[in-house]
Design a protein around this ligand. Structure first.
Ligand SMILES: CC(C)=CCC[C@@H](C)[C@H]1CC[C@H]2C3=C(CC[C@]12C)[C@@]1(C)CC[C@H](O)C[C@@H]1CC3
Length: 354
């Protein structure tokens, strides 16, 4: 884990926690998720998510790697190949080819961007609003000799810094859920996509099984929102309506986490398996990697970083980051088991030619 400048994480921890402190002392999840509080977080969304990634990026890389997303975990495949397959699936659906110019909206430190560039030969440009992640992405693109077919630009996906009709294809992986409302970011994606171009998305959503009046289910969804900087998690049907409302023709849409959908695809362990210690493939290497993301691994990391911060060897804010991610993990595993949440609601949209 690299230790960036101390003040950045300390400021981020303070700013982020302030946005999630409303009614915490009441212990009442309904009060913590009231409409007016959510409106405040929606208004602060770009700043809030910048704080979040200032805090979480180092731990993400340590515990997960450079591709910040979940995947279908096919039994017998390694974690890395399951993650890469999930990325290549988008390249296949978009029909990416050498010579095409593609935008990755909310690219993180660029794990997916580099895989998709290598898989397809297309030129992939990442868009990211977090300066630290942009720098990490640039560094990796150079390190892996991919500068000719990759790039990364700092910018807000609510105001994408490119002219209309720029890209041949666009994708986003578990990123647009940071927006106050999905239609805002889908509208921008529609604008910068060329007519006839396709947009593929993995969206974070609540499912039809989610009962927002059930206290335990609501708490777990709130834990996901708090632990992952999401102003509000929308339903799958709301995301679908949003992508249609900005002008896309939807060619395909389904929940890749739905066990029914997955029946013909062969044996899988759950997408949240790495957080719950459920391994898709057994080997010593895989054990170490699963251990880092599991509950027990996360707890050990938490104790370690707390001590490091206390003695001044880790920047202030590191402990807050670790605890935020433990909250995320609890909500994700609970909601994953109940099937009230999916991190892979997939849709493929086309911008009409005319
Ligand atoms: C925030 C969004 C929209 C996407 C990121 C999805 C995942 C990559 C992260 C969600 C929860 C994260 C946790 C970790 C890594 C990245 C996530 C899986 C850890 C395993 C990192 C190491 C810590 O000690 C425990 C974390 C648990 C949560």
């Amino acid at each position: 884990m690299s230790a960036p400048a101390a003040p950045r994480k300390a400021v981020a921890a303070e700013g982020y926690q302030a946005l999630w402190s409303h009614n915490k002392d009441t212990g009442d999840v309904f009060k913590q998720t009231s409409d007016d509080i959510k409106e405040e977080r929606k208004a602060a969304a770009p700043v809030m998510t910048n704080y979040y990634y200032d805090l979480a990026t180092d731990l993400y890389e340590y515990g997960w790697g450079t591709s910040f997303h979940f995947a279908r975990m096919f039994t017998g495949s390694s974690f890395a190949s399951n993650i890469a397959r999930h990325e290549d699936y988008l390249a296949l659906k978009l029909g990416l080819k050498p010579g095409m110019r593609v935008l990755d909206v909310g690219c993180g430190v660029g794990g997916p961007l580099r895989e998709i560039a290598k898989f397809s030969g297309a030129t992939v440009v990442g868009l990211n609003n977090n300066q630290y992640q942009v720098e990490r992405c640039k560094m990796y693109n150079k390190k892996f000799g991919l500068e000719a077919i990759t790039d990364v630009v700092k910018g807000n996906f609510l105001e994408i810094p490119f002219p209309d009709n720029t890209f041949d294809a666009i994708y986003s992986i578990e990123a647009t859920c940071h927006a106050p409302h999905p239609s805002q970011v889908y509208g921008e994606i529609f604008r910068v996509l060329k007519p006839g171009g396709k947009y593929a998305c993995y969206e974070w959503c609540t499912t039809a099984k989610y009962d927002e009046n059930d206290r335990e289910q609501r708490l777990a969804i709130h834990q996901i929102e708090e632990g992952d900087s999401i102003p509000h998690l929308y339903r799958t049907y709301e995301s679908l309506a949003a992508v249609r409302s900005v002008g896309f023709d939807v060619i395909e849409e389904y929940d890749l986490a739905d066990p029914e959908f997955n029946k013909p695809w062969g044996a899988q362990t759950p997408w949240y398996g790495p957080l719950a210690g459920i391994m898709a493939n057994y080997s010593v290497d895989e054990f170490l990697r699963y251990f880092r993301s599991s509950k027990i691994g996360g707890t050990i990391t938490d104790v370690f970083v707390s001590v490091m911060e206390f003695v001044g060897l880790a920047p202030k804010g590191t402990k807050a980051a670790s605890q935020t991610l433990i909250t995320a993990s609890e909500g994700l595993v609970y909601s994953g088991k109940k099937e009230t949440f999916t991190p892979m609601y997939f849709f493929l949209g086309k911008k009409p030619e005319a």
